[in-house]
Ligand binder design. Sequence first.
Ligand SMILES: NC(=O)c1ccc[n+]([C@@H]2O[C@H](COP(=O)([O-])OP(=O)(O)OC[C@H]3O[C@@H](n4cnc5c(N)ncnc54)[C@H](OP(=O)(O)O)[C@@H]3O)[C@@H](O)[C@H]2O)c1
Length: 290
Amino acid sequence: MTTSSTSSAHASGTFRIGGDLEVNRLGYGTMQLTGPGVWGPPKDHDEAIRVLKRAVELGVNFFDTADSYGPYVAEELLKEALHPYGDDVVIATKAGLTRTGPNEWPPVGRPEYLRQEAEMSLRRLGLERIDLFQLHRIDPQVPLEDQVGELKKLQDEGKIRHIGLSEVTVDEVQAAQQIATIVSVQNLYNLQKRDAEELLDWSTEQGIAFIPWFPLATGGLTGSDSPLSELAERKDATPAQIALAWLLKRSPVMLPIPGTSSVDHLEDNLRGAEIELTDDEFAELSKLGS
Ligand SMILES: NC(=O)c1ccc[n+]([C@@H]2O[C@H](COP(=O)([O-])OP(=O)(O)OC[C@H]3O[C@@H](n4cnc5c(N)ncnc54)[C@H](OP(=O)(O)O)[C@@H]3O)[C@@H](O)[C@H]2O)c1
């Protein structure tokens, strides 16, 4: 296993979100910092704070969060751990999913609700402007122009810098592009689950950031029973590192945001930025997906 303590997100290379926000490509997703069912506070509050601080020490400067994680818990922890943020720290938050209980996420895309959530995220995060504000889901009951149009208004008012979408098709992004500039998409994507290939290829051509959620298949690609174990052993790495190295090699616009509630796993994951896969290894791994 690769154990260098100097591993850092810097080794993953950089990407400019929206052409002007430079981040190290290997980021961190905050959803695991909440209670079971992404509901309520974390089991170990102090470890959650340590994870966030350690991430910054190890060069992570791209954090993905949402109003709905907890709800509110993940954003509050980010502020508690990292505020005042370093100049290079980019926080991407989201709105558009409400919470009615553990594991329940009804979408609400009414413009007045999206505006309220943007205002509340600004307050919870302690920011004057949100760097990347993502529509968590397109609400099928609300016209797209009302949802994206409200984000455009918030952008024009200086409350958000860039706009992103989540769980979308190429057609939906193109429709949204008629209303506002879309700089990122965030879809379910990992080595095993690759339904979003078409969106990824299109985003790569367009230079739009592609943020894969569940990059470790919620842990399915990590343990000793991972389908990546054999190659991991050969490369003196862990399965999680191989999963992340594969994503990073897949496209230059790929910004993985692995989530974890533990400093040990965070450090493990960040070493994935240093693993170099040969073209043959990449091809061998690619056969595992669907
Ligand atoms: N846009 C959307 O709709 C959407 C949906 C879901 C998630 N997201 C975002 O995507 C991020 C990533 O997704 P995720 O956190 O749910 O899933 P993930 O990154 O695929 O996997 C996280 C799971 O893997 C475990 N894990 C992490 N590193 C590990 C390691 N090195 N060794 C062993 N186990 C490890 C974690 O457990 P431990 O805590 O024990 O490490 C956790 O159970 C979220 O945090 C969130 O920001 C977005």
